[in-house]
Design a protein around this ligand. Sequence first.
Ligand code: NAI
Length: 328
Amino acid sequence: SSAPVTVTVTGAAGKIAYSLLFRVASGLVFGPDTPVRLRLLDVPTAVAAAEGVAMEIEDCALPLVDSIEITDEADVAFDGTNAAFLVGAMPRGKGMERSDLLSANGAIFRDQGRSINAGAADDIRVVVVGNPANTNAYIAHKHAPDVPAGRFTALMRLDHNRALSQLAARLVAPVAELDGVVVWGNHSATQFPDVSYLTRAGEPVTAGLERDWLVDTFIPRVANRGSEIIAVRGSSSAASAAGAAVDQMHDWVHGTPGQSWTTVALPSEGHYGTVPGVVTGLPCRSRGGEWEVVEGLAIDDFQRARIDASVAELVSERDAVHALNLTD
Ligand code: NAI
C-alpha cells in the first residue's frame, strides 16, 4: 500500500461530514491502497459530537484508517495535511444580515487559510464546501500566500451533478453518456448551468434543449435544487454534497478521463472574461494532479450575459469582504 494521506475535514460533527468522512475512510477518494490519517476539526462545543463520529468510524473497522485525531484548533488540524475539506461554516441565523454572515465566515476562513499556509503539506488541496463557498475559498486563499492559488477550490460539483442528472432525465440518457456540462459563476441562485457544449456518447446534443426549457425549467431547477431538497426532505442536502466533494477531490487526485471535463470553482485568471481573482465555476480537466481550465470554448450573447451576472455577484461578495477588512 502507498504512504498514508492526511485528510482534514472541518465541521466534522455536522451533517455533510457524517456522509463525507465514511466515504473518505472507505477509500473512495484516494483509492483502495492508500491509508488515511483523519483530522476532524470542529468548534469546542461540537468536539464531543465529533468524538462520537470518530467512534463510529472506528466501529466500521475500515482497513484504510491509519488514525483519527479530533481537535478544535486549526493549527493542529492542518499541520501536514495533504487534503482539506472545509465544510464547517456559520449558518445564517434568524435576523442575521448578509454582512454578519460574511464577517462570521470570513473570520473562520481567514484563520483556516493562515493555518494552511503555516502548516499544510506542499501538495495541499483544498475543497471549500461551507457557504458562501466561493467567497470563503477566496478568503482562505488570500490568507495563504505561499500556497499556489489553484490549490484553493470551492465546491460546484454538486451543481454540476444536479445539472447532469436533470439532463439525463430530460434526454432519457444514462448519466455516463453525457459530457460537456459546465456551471459558471457562483454556487448560488445566480449560477449558470450551461448545456452549450453538451455531448451524448461523443455526439453534440441539440434536440430536447429548447431555450424555453433551459430558461424556465432547467436553469432555475438546478440553481434552486438546494431549496427544493430542504422543502421535500425537511433537511438540507448532505449525502449529495458529500458525494460531490468526494468526486471533486477524487478527480483532482486521479485525473479526469479522456477529453471529458467537470466543473470546479477556482480563482479566475480571467478565463472566459471572468474577473481575475474571484473564485468562479469553470470547465476543468485534471492533469498531473492539477486543474486545467478548458480553453477555447465559444461563448454567445446568452451565455455572456448569464456568466457576467453571476460573476458580478462574486465581485460584490469580494468587495464586501474587503470592506470588512477580512483580507488584511
Ligand atoms: P451542519 O450545520 O450540520 O454542520 C456544520 C458544522 O460546522 C457544525 O458541526 C459546526 O459546529 C461546524 N463549524 C462551525 N464553525 C466551525 C469552525 N470555525 N471550524 C470548524 N467547524 C465549524 O451543516 P452541514 O449540513 O454539514 O453543511 C455545512 C456547510 O456546507 C454549510 O455552510 C452549507 O451551507 C454548506 N453546503 C454547501 C454545498 C455546496 O454545494 N457547496 C451544498 C450543501 C451545503
